[in-house]
Write a protein that binds this ligand. Structure first.
Ligand code: NI
Length: 183
């Protein structure tokens, strides 16, 4: 069990594109995925990309917990999944706004426009091809993690910085707005 520290925004490694993995079954890739899994469990997020622990390889892990999944048919809860050399392609033109956080930008949240639906192609850690159309939370977390592989952070995708801030402040404001709406 190796918990790596997660790089934070400002670290130049988070801004560099990661290199493709030549041999998904290589022992160092298996080790990398184990380290990422341990580090994510410790940090408590829903996704992590290898550059966030300082390894510039195209590997990500993600999961969708029950409470986070949308009701779209191509979404739904999913267990921790590792993808190697993932490539995303938008399916349709629909975009969706949603709140995101990032383990490399702790304590903050921003509202980010993302493609509602994407097709992901990748290789599994077992070396098998992986292809799936995903939507909602699955699509959002994958777009966020693949961005990390290109040195892109969610901040770069934001269009309205009035929708950015510390978790407590944002959700206090949201709760107050909801209260207002119901009274
Ligand atoms: Ni992130």
């Amino acid at each position: 069990m190796t918990i790596k520290s997660i790089l934070r925004v400002g670290d130049p490694l988070l801004r560099r594109p990661a290199d493709p993995v030549g041999d998904p079954g290589a022992p160092e890739i298996r080790q990398l995925i184990e380290d990422m899994t341990d580090s994510l469990a410790e940090a408590g997020g829903i996704g992590l990309a290898a550059p966030q622990i300082g390894i510039l390889r195209r590997v990500l892990i993600f999961k969708v917990p029950d409470l986070r999944a949308s009701t779209l048919p191509e979404d739904g809860p999913c267990p921790l999944t590792a993808l190697i050399n993932p490539v995303l392609e938008p399916v349709g033109d629909l975009m969706a706004l949603g709140w995101e956080g990032c383990l490399s930008i702790p304590g903050l949240r921003g509202e980010v426009p993302r493609h509602l639906r994407v097709r992901v192609t990748a290789t599994t850690p077992e070396g098998e091809p992986f292809e799936m159309v995903v939507a909602g939370t699955r699509a959002r977390v994958l777009q966020h993690e693949v961005d990390h592989l290109d040195g892109v952070l969610y901040l770069d995708r934001m269009t309205d910085f009035t929708r950015f801030g510390f978790v407590e402040e944002i959700f206090e404001a949201e709760a107050a707005r909801r209260q207002e709406a119901t009274t």
